[in-house]
Design a protein around this ligand. Structure first.
Ligand SMILES: [Zn+2]
Length: 204
């Protein structure tokens, strides 16, 4: 009796996770990796539930998965967004360095997938207009745990956590500091414009 209850619960968890990932437009191979469901079962879930789960139509991602490391640090805004997502991964204990410290991360693929969704959804809520897709987020987590080109670091000026290219020593300023500088420059030029406009009005 207990055994059948357990396997029923496990089935429910697998299906719930698959549906949650479908809502985020995850690829079939990513859903399979986390849930262990067959491609056929995933296709059927897409067909029977997708339209009920979202206000808009759920698209099924096809084609190649994202592959470019540079995508995540291609400009200040992208680097800021990727860095924020990496912080969420760290907070949810999804980075391998964290996993070694935390025994709770000796977990099943389903549990790992659920934590990943928690981290991704938290990140989505923190930004006004997030642009990173679920699949890019998934790829970023693999990259970080592979210990490749992208490396987390702490800014010496503001102490924030950010991602940088391990091999590009010339671009080691943090995106938070750069965004602050850009905003300050904008404010300054707006003030100057207002100033010269009011001078023009008083002289006119
Ligand atoms: Zn900084």
């Amino acid at each position: 009796m207990n055994h059948s209850n357990d396997s029923y619960r496990h089935e429910r968890h697998r299906q719930d996770l698959a549906l949650r990932m479908i809502r985020h437009e995850a690829r079939t191979c990513t859903i399979r990796e986390c849930t262990g469901l067959t491609d056929d079962r995933i296709r059927r879930l897409y067909r029977s539930y997708a339209h009920e789960l979202s206000e808009g139509p759920v698209r099924r991602r096809r084609g190649k998965s994202p592959r470019q490391t540079t995508f995540f640090i291609r400009n200040t805004r992208a680097q800021f967004e990727s860095s924020l997502l990496a912080s969420a991964f760290a907070a949810f204990g999804l980075l391998q360095g964290e996993a070694k410290k935390s025994p709770r991360l000796q977990i099943s693929a389903v549990e790992y997938g659920r934590l990943f969704c928690d981290a991704y959804e938290t990140h989505q809520q923190l930004l006004d207009s997030p642009t990173l897709s679920f699949e890019h987020a998934w790829f970023l987590l693999q990259l970080l745990n592979r210990n490749g080109e992208l490396q987390p670091a702490r800014c010496r000026h503001c102490d924030s956590y950010y991602l940088r290219n391990r091999f590009n020593v010339w671009r080691h300023t943090c995106p938070t500091c750069r965004l602050k500088r850009m905003r300050a420059r904008c404010r300054k030029s707006r003030r100057l414009r207002q100033c010269s406009n009011s001078r023009a009005v008083s002289h006119g």
